[in-house]
Every structure is written in C-alpha cells, then in structure tokens.
Write a protein that binds this ligand. Structure first.
Ligand SMILES: [Zn+2]
Length: 218
C-alpha cells in the first residue's frame, strides 16, 4: 500500500533531476504518512499539499547541494590564491629605494599601518623563521617571520610587535601570523614585507611585481 501511494505522490515531479530523486523518495515516506492520516477524511486537498511538500523538500535538497559546492569551490580558490598581508594600509617605502634608512637598497614594500594591525600570511606555507633580531636576518628587521611557499618562494614580515606562529607551523592563506609594530630600524609603525627566493636576507625580489603575477594588486 505505501508503495502505491508513494508512486502516486511522486509522479507529478517525475521529470525532476535524478539527483534529487533520493530526497523525493525520502519526502515520499513522509507523504505516505501524511496521506494515511488524511485518508479518513477522503479529501483531495491533502494530496495537493503533500505534492507541494515533496517538491519543496526536493528544492531545498538541491539548494543545499549547490551551496555546499559553492563553499567548497570558494575554499579551494582561496587556498590557491595570494592575499594582501594587511587588509587596510597606506603604501609607504617601495622596493629598491635608496637612502640612509637601509644599508643597501630597500628590500621590500612597506605598508603603513597602526601598531597591532593583524598581519596575514600572504599565501599558505610553512613558517621557517620567527623571532627577534629579524629571526636571524639582522636587528634592522626587529621581530620577523619568514614563510616558505611552493616553488622556492618565501614571504617575510618585519617590525612586528607580536609573533603568533612558531617555526615548523603550517599556515593557511590569509591566516593571522602576527601583529604589526615598530620594532628594529623603523621610522614609524608599519609592516615591512618581502618576497624572497630563499629564506635569507639578500634574495628579495620586487614584491609588488611578484604579487601582481599572482593576481594581487596593491
Ligand atoms: Zn621596509
């Protein structure tokens, strides 16, 4: 008996996608129960009601599947891309600048931000340096972090007021790794950001040009 009721209820929506068939069957179980309850009244109205319910449940299941796929896609896209190391900033000293502030040329891009601003991993990777005195790269950097990414690319973050990661830790794209500050040879609160081809000082490339190649415009 429930079999017959089920096919009768589901038939109006039989043209629906096969993907939602399972949801429809599940809803059909509920519909059969509902029909059984309404059978005594012998009123055709419950039939229409159950049909709508079946369709609504199927639509909801379909929407949920779609939403889950969108979330998964967005997460994958985020993991693959690069992001700004600070979300709000004013660009200050640029790469390659000369002057008395630097022993050679300025090796990164400066982002003027108030002390305590969240500093984010520009891309997923593994922390290879974290600590004072530029984490080994010299006192000019103050507290610093270096992250290793794929393809011999490293990002460096300096003059930090607080470091939230340790060496060996995996970090995700956009994950907070530190708070910005004014430590080391710094003329005011800012984040000094480098892209390097090794973990060490002296291998920096133009970070603005690099970020542009991965879709991040400053
Ligand atoms: Zn700098």
């Amino acid at each position: 008996m429930p079999q017959r009721t089920l096919s009768k209820t589901v038939r109006p929506s039989a043209f629906r996608l096969r993907a939602v068939a399972i949801a429809a069957v599940a809803a059909g179980t509920g519909a059969a129960t509902l029909l059984g309850a309404g059978a005594a009244a012998a009123d055709p109205a419950p039939l229409g009601t159950t049909s709508v319910t079946t369709s609504a449940v199927a639509d909801q299941a379909k929407a949920q599947t779609k939403a889950a796929a969108a979330v998964k896609k967005a997460a994958a896209a985020k993991a693959a891309s690069w992001v700004h190391p600070v979300s709000r900033y004013t660009l200050s000293a640029s790469f390659g600048l000369g002057g008395s502030m630097w022993s050679h040329k300025h090796s990164g891009q400066d982002f003027a931000v108030p002390t305590g601003t969240s500093v984010l991993a520009a891309h997923a990777g593994t922390v290879v340096k974290a600590g004072p005195i530029g984490a080994g790269d010299g006192p000019a950097y103050g507290n610093a972090v270096v992250i290793r990414h794929a393809n011999n690319t490293y990002s460096q973050y300096a003059h930090l007021s607080k470091i939230n990661v340790r060496v060996g830790q995996s970090v995700g794209t956009g994950e907070r790794i530190a708070l910005s500050g004014n430590t080391g040879n710094s003329s005011g609160p800012h984040l000094h950001f480098e892209i390097r081809t090794s973990p060490n000082y002296g291998t920096a490339v133009n970070p603005v040009a690099f970020l542009r190649t991965v879709g991040v415009t400053l």
